[in-house]
Design a protein around this ligand. Structure first.
Ligand code: 13P
Ligand code: ZN
Length: 271
């Protein structure tokens, strides 16, 4: 059996959480990540029959029974993952009953998975129905995206449109736009269900005045989506109070989307 601390998926989680922390997106314990792993790759490092403990999830994830995830721990700081993965991360398998997580590794100090597990697993279920290659759900509190929540209306069309105007690449990177939820109580099944509902349509979902969710087939893809939104939000926050002299026109966004061959939300443009 190989040493789990050398597993590529542990390395990737360490690098990603460290990057997110350094970018200022994940203060204290802010943010969480879940990453679905292949059983075969985990079996190289762990005895899959050795369940360390079971933890109830509090909701039904039967569609994910048998699936294995590496998940950040609740209350754990992204800044600490790199030096202490075994306390700050855990590897869980969803049991046959769909409501129990079987701990295979990690949360070594007696901890448990993120309080946002409902939003993560419900989003995995929703994304897998529209994109079977999806593996990652990532939540973060990026500064400018959050700042924009306070000064821009929280409407999917106008929020997406404003961000599309801020960087030429935006309509190409997230042509499907951004889902937006109003402020809701976090850590609940309700916000999980609302997020998953949006995830059927969007790969990015803003939680009003809280943060953002991004998904993808790997950590880079989810990270890259959030990074692009955050860059655009930064341009917005740097310019929103200044007179607008130039802008990317809707006709130019159509040109971009057609040139790069992406399926975009035509109804989010004013054509
Ligand atoms: P956890 O520490 O439970 O992951 O919560 C952090 C967070 O961002 C809540 O939305
Ligand atoms: Zn959060």
């Amino acid at each position: 059996m190989k040493n789990i601390l050398t597993a590529p998926f542990v390395e990737e989680m360490k690098k990603t959480t460290a990057n997110m922390y350094r970018l200022g997106w994940d203060e204290r314990n802010g943010g969480n990540i879940s990453y679905m792993l292949e059983e075969d790759e985990v079996a190289e490092y762990l005895d899959l029959n050795n369940v360390l403990r079971t933890i109830p999830t509090g909701f039904d994830a039967t569609a994910l029974s048998g699936k294995i995830f590496i998940v950040t721990g609740t209350g754990k700081y992204f800044k600490n993952v790199q030096d202490d993965p075994e306390n700050n991360l855990g590897i869980i398998r969803i049991a046959k009953d769909g409501t129990t997580a079987e701990l295979l590794w990690g949360y070594a100090d007696g901890g448990r998975f993120t309080s946002e597990l409902p939003a993560h697993l419900m989003s995995h279920m929703a994304r897998l129905t529209v994109d079977p290659s999806n593996r990652v759900v990532m939540h973060s509190h990026p500064t400018n995206t959050l700042a924009m929540n306070y000064v821009h209306e929280l409407d999917e069309k106008s929020f997406t449109h404003t961000l599309w105007e801020m960087c030429t690449e935006c309509i190409v990177v997230f042509p499907d736009g951004i889902g937006v939820l109003p402020w809701m109580l976090c850590g609940t099944n309700e916000i999980g269900m609302a997020t998953a509902e949006k995830m059927k349509e969007f790969r990015l979902v803003v939680w009003g005045m809280h943060g953002i969710y991004g998904v993808g087939k790997n950590l880079d893809e989810a990270f890259g989506l959030i990074e692009t939104v955050e860059k655009a939000a930064q341009i917005y926050m740097l310019t929103a109070h200044l007179p607008r002299v130039n802008t990317i026109k809707d006709s130019e966004m159509v040109e971009l989307a057609e040139f790069f061959g992406v399926k975009y939300r035509k109804d989010f443009l004013n054509l």
